[in-house]
Design a protein around this ligand. Structure first.
Ligand SMILES: N[C@@H](CCC(=O)N[C@@H](CS)C(=O)NCC(=O)O)C(=O)O
Length: 234
C-alpha cells in the first residue's frame, strides 16, 4: 500500500511549507502512515504526475490529490472510520473559513515581515535564484525592499491574530476541547515562522504562544520536529 506525501524541502532537510504541515498533521491525526518525500522548488519533475506545480501532493494508492484543503477533505471522507478532522459538517465549514482567513489575511501580512528571511535562511541555496525571481515577479519588488519588519507592521500582524486569542479564551484549541484540522491550519503557519525567521511574533504571555506549545507536544512530540524525520504510526 503506497501512501506518499510530497512536501517542500528547505535547507538542511527542514520541511517548511505551512500547507504541507497541515497535511502532515492531518495524516498523523488520522493515524495514517505515509512516506514524506522531499521536493525542492527546482524539482517540479517529482510532482509532474499531479498535473500542477505546488506541494503538498498526496498519493494514496491510485489517487493523486493536491491542495492542502482538498487533501484534508479527501482524508476525512476516505477514512471515515478514523478520528475525524472536522467533527462533522459544521466543523468542516468552520475549518474552511479558518483556512481561507489564514491564507488570505494572515499569510500576506506574514510574508511582508519575513519574505527575505525565507530566502536567506530557509531555502536551499540551489533554490534561491528561483525563489527570488518568482517572488520578486509576484510582489513587484526586490525581496529586501518588500520585507518590512517595522514595529507598526509587527504590531499590526499581532493584532490580526486577535480572533484566535478570543477563541482561546473559551477553549484550549480552535476546534474546542481537542485539536482538529482548524488547529492544524494555523499550526502550519506558526511552524513555518519558527523555521524561517528569527522574528519573535508571539510573546511568551500571548495565549497563542501557549496554544502553540501544546500543539508542539502532539503526536509523541513529532509536531515539534523540523519535519525531516518520519513518524511510524502504530
Ligand atoms: N492552496 C495550496 C497552496 C500550496 C502552495 O502554495 N505551495 C507552495 C509551498 S508553500 C509551493 O508548492 N510553491 C512552489 C512554487 O512556488 O514553485 C494548498 O493549500 O496546498
Amino acid at each position: 500500500m503506497a501512501r506518499n506525501l510530497y512536501e517542500l524541502q528547505g535547507r538542511a532537510d527542514k520541511r517548511l511549507s505551512p500547507f504541507c504541515w497541515r497535511t502532515r498533521m492531518a495524516l498523523w491525526h488520522k493515524g495514517l502512515e505515509a512516506e514524506f518525500i522531499p521536493v525542492q522548488f527546482g524539482q517540479k519533475d517529482k510532482i509532474a504526475f499531479s498535473g500542477q506545480k505546488l506541494v503538498p501532493v498526496l498519493e494514496d494508492n491510485e489517487r493523486v490529490i493536491h491542495d492542502s484543503w482538498t487533501i484534508a477533505c479527501y482524508l476525512e471522507d476516505a477514512y471515515r472510520d478514523r478520528p475525524s478532522l472536522f467533527g462533522g459538517a459544521a466543523g468542516r465549514a468552520g475549518a474552511r473559513f479558518i483556512n481561507g482567513w489564514v491564507d488570505r489575511a494572515i499569510h500576506p501580512a506574514m510574508l511582508r515581515l519575513v519574505l527575505s528571511d525565507i530566502h536567506d535562511r530557509a531555502i536551499d541555496e540551489a533554490d534561491q535564484p528561483y525563489f527570488r525571481a518568482s517572488r520578486e515577479k509576484r510582489f513587484g519588488k526586490a525581496l529586501e525592499a518588500f520585507t518590512d519588519k517595522s514595529e507598526h507592521r509587527i504590531a499590526a500582524f499581532r493584532e490580526k491574530l486577535e480572533p484566535v486569542r478570543l477563541a482561546l479564551e473559551d477553549s484550549p484549541y480552535l476546534a474546542g476541547p481537542a485539536p482538529l484540522y482548524a488547529d492544524y491550519i494555523l499550526f502550519g503557519t506558526c511552524k513555518f515562522l519558527e523555521i524561517c525567521s528569527p522574528l519573535v511574533l508571539l510573546a511568551e504571555d500571548d495565549p497563542i504562544y501557549s496554544w502553540y506549545e501544546r500543539m508542539l507536544g502532539l503526536f509523541d512530540g513529532f509536531a515539534a520536529s523540523d519535519g525531516a524525520a518520519d513518524r511510524q504510526v502504530a
